[in-house]
Design a protein. Sequence first.
Length: 276
Amino acid sequence: MSNFNGSESSSQRLSYSNAANDECKETLLDVIETEIIPRLLNSQQSLQNLKQPVQELVIGDPVPEMLAFTEYCVKGDALNVTKIVDKLIDQGLRQDRIFLELITPAARHLGVLWEKDECSFSDVTCGLAMMHQVTYRLGYGFSDAPVVQGETTRVMLSCAPGSQHFLGLTIVADFFRREGANVVIEISSTESELMRAVANEWFDVIGISVAIETQLPQLKKLIANFRKNSGNPHVRILLGGPIFTLQDHTPEKFGADAISTDAIQAVALLKSISNK
């Protein structure tokens, strides 16, 4: 009979746990270096026009700003993340330099923090998701062609105020883009900022991720305000997020057009409601 109560088995379990943790860290660092950073950079058409080598690009002393940017990304503090990036843009910094000198070092720094046990896996996923969305928003501004209403389905995805969990939105956004949609993930954290976002741009569909039950009572009012402030008087509202996998709700309850419980269903619903 096996004995699972001895000190030897406890030691073995600890050894296995440490080995698995180390392997996970090595894998994550490899993913950051070989997958995430190239994806951050290569997804931006603007980088094709980069003239200067990376080592010649310097933002004064970038370390304090990079550290602050990393910390805010990990915390999901979209407001301060945006402030840092906007400040650099206001100072005349090109977006490609921000990619190379702020976001890329921040992603690498996040991997180092994980390696040193100074942040958790959830910190890493939140931080990288936030960096991904900042990168996409910056790259979006490089498009020279004007957005023509009706050319393609334009979607804004956001968390309900009170949440900053962007990883799920990132996955859904990738599914939508594969279907040809033009997707913007709005990282603003307050309702007033979200209203400005929908007022300033045309969106065919607004997707809202709801994480917890306490966000539900304000959801109907939030959706009504989206419709009121949207530049598109016929905007469609798609709901999703963890809470809808745990509880049954109808979209009519909140004044929405549809509710999705996963990315595949979200794609089907996007096609359905955007064609109405």
